[in-house]
Design a protein. Structure first.
Length: 363
């Protein structure tokens, strides 16, 4: 059975949506994880919340869209993953809900502020880790029965050394994104900006080391058979991921603590630091996006891989795809809806561009 153009297109679009979520919601999840470490005072905490306040809800739309698109385009893969990862999915959803409430109430409910601050941290940490564990399972393979249903132990059956490594890679990547974002958005000279800038380079180095370990273990130990497909594309993407992360670390060198002068910054220095922060953030975002694209190239055309010993077979874009008519209608709707979503994001990010204004921070 050969893959059709529409099946291949929607295989790619699903991963683009996932990549969009990892890039956009990744930095505000990372900011939430860094929250208790870079923000010591109420004003610092308010700066972190304000930096993500206008955009975090729009960023999460990409996760919902990816789930909805998977359901419509590849219903069998949707059924297997969402039922097999049911407990993990519910933990992620509850964490995101609690986190959303905590972001809003931490600034207005002084009595329970410590509780909201803790929930903001936990609600950011769990999704960052569990989403990576889920991705690791999808790549490494899960036990499937003859009907294509998950046949393993709920939640505990998803934890292996490789999936934990993938979860840690996802977690550190998100934290690095959060550090880059806070360096870009926090006021120059503030303790939040200084602390985040100091953490960027070591975090990006950790991402690079984990990526190498993940690649070696994934391609040569966990799924050596997958290494044969789309080899040139995979090597190109892997090299681009490394270059993006190294580039981000390079720009971080110009925007750390050494770039600050006690007593203030000249206009030229401020412009240089701002440019460096933006370049570092964009490079890190590119590395995150390309990493998901590398996953797509590694798995194509598999959507869910059956582990060794499974009764059922792997679920592919051909076996799990909806009808060509359905995929055609979805493509037409996407051609209209996706540009509108992108325009909305451009408007939001342009409206709230620039660094957080301390005079407008409520704490």
């Amino acid at each position: 059975m050969e893959i059709t153009v529409l099946q291949g297109l929607w295989f790619l679009l699903i991963f683009v949506l996932i990549a969009g979520y990892f890039v956009l919601d990744g930095f505000d999840l990372g900011a939430g994880i860094l929250y208790p470490f870079v923000a010591k005072t109420d004003e610092d905490k308010a700066v972190v919340r304000t930096s993500i306040g206008p955009v975090w809800d729009a960023n999460e739309v990409w996760l919902l869209t990816a789930g909805g698109a998977l359901f419509a385009a590849f219903p069998d893969a949707y059924a297997t993953t969402f039922s097999g990862f049911y407990l993990a999915v519910m933990l992620v959803l509850f964490s995101l809900i609690v986190r959303a409430v905590a972001v809003e109430y931490a600034g207005i409910d002084r009595k329970w502020r410590k509780v909201w601050n803790a929930l903001f941290f936990v609600g950011s940490l769990l999704p960052a880790l569990l989403l990576g564990v889920a991705v690791g399972n999808i790549y490494a393979g899960i036990p499937l029965d003859a009907a294509g249903n998950y046949a393993g132990i709920p939640l505990l059956g998803l934890i292996t050394p490789f999936t934990l490594l993938t979860g840690v890679l996802s977690l550190v990547m998100f934290v690095a994104a959060g550090a880059c974002w806070l360096s870009l958005k926090a006021p120059l000279g503030s303790s939040v900006r200084d602390s985040a800038a100091a953490l960027r380079r070591p975090l990006l180095v950790a991402v690079l080391v984990l990526f190498v370990l993940e690649s070696v273990m994934g391609h040569f130990v966990v799924q050596p058979d997958m290494f044969a497909g789309l080899t040139a594309v995979r090597w190109i993407l892997a090299i681009l991921v490394v270059l993006a992360i190294v580039g981000a670390a390079f720009f971080c060198a110009k925007g750390g603590r050494d770039g600050l002068v006690s007593g203030g910054l000249s206009a030229a220095q401020a412009a240089a630091v701002t440019k460096s922060d933006l370049a570092a953030f964009l490079c890190q975002a590119a590395g995150c996006f390309l990493l998901v694209m590398l996953l797509a190239a590694s798995m194509f055309p598999n959507l869910v891989v059956a582990s060794a010993g499974s009764v059922g077979a792997s679920i592919t874009a051909m076996t799990a795809g909806s009808s060509e008519l359905t995929l055609g209608w979805m493509t037409g709707i996407t051609c209209v809806g996706l540009p509108l979503v992108l325009v909305y994001h451009v408007v939001i990010y342009r409206t709230f561009r620039g660094r957080v204004d301390l005079a407008k921070v409520h704490y």
